[in-house]
Write a protein that binds this ligand. Sequence first.
Ligand code: GLN
Length: 308
Amino acid sequence: VPPPPATDESWTTRRLLAWMSDAFTKKGLDSPRLSAEIILAHVLGCQRLKLYTDVDRPASPLERESLRNLVSRALNHEPVQYLTGEAWFFGLPFLVDRRVLIPRPATETIVEHVLQHARAKAGGRHSGEGLLIADVCTGSGCIAIALMKNLPEARAAATDISGDALEVARTNAVRHDVAGRIDFLEGDLLAALDQHPSIGRRAALDYLVCNPPYIPDDEWDAVPPNVRNHEPHLALRGGADGMDYVKRLLTEGPAYLKPGGLLLIEVADSRAKPCRELAESIADLQNIQILSDIEALPRVIVASRAGA
Ligand code: GLN
């Protein structure tokens, strides 16, 4: 981090932004200007647009102090979402910190597909009435919460092996006013669902969705430092082939679904083909598809439980 600014008046918004984007660019961070704007707006407690309507505003000593701290964390590749404590997913803001994976745009594919499927079945808008959804490995709660916001009468169970993650998910559910429709369960993958009075009896779910840890060991070294050094490994690493959790979900998941219910699992794009082949080998699953994410990479395995 460059030396502390000399006098209050000299450190205007304009100069701070230039200083930060320059430091971020030199460090090779993604979107240096945008990150600078997000961090400064966070410290000043204003919208990003305000930075440009008030470029000559001098920062106070206290503001410069918090800024220095956040800038040094950013230069250490800490994701900007952890610095501000906020990430956006499906048009909604979520609290995030080092306890949870930062929601990715790729995961919105799962939410979109469930909503489309539910609406197609209802022949239009779907209130979600009667729908029961499980979001396994919920992390920040982003999938379950985005679904509950868009299906205002549906209910969900959200599970995670990390009690810390569930606290974040609960906070997010309260923030979005859907906590009353989500049961949070702590436990290992599908086993967590067995504690749920209706889901534990099996064949109860309309949708079983999961963004499990799926980075294969052979891709770990190539994971960028902002992810590798800051996000929870428990939420990222999926074993030698990245399919440890995917295999369990594909084999044990169908029993939890109603006949015709959908299973959606996010996978490593490099493993989409073997994941699909595995799904095709399971008698309980049919209508297997791979959905592409926003970057057109094969990302989500979808299958329905046979017997509808
Ligand atoms: N898509 C994430 C990444 O590569 C991985 C998420 C996951 O393992 N579920 O950063």
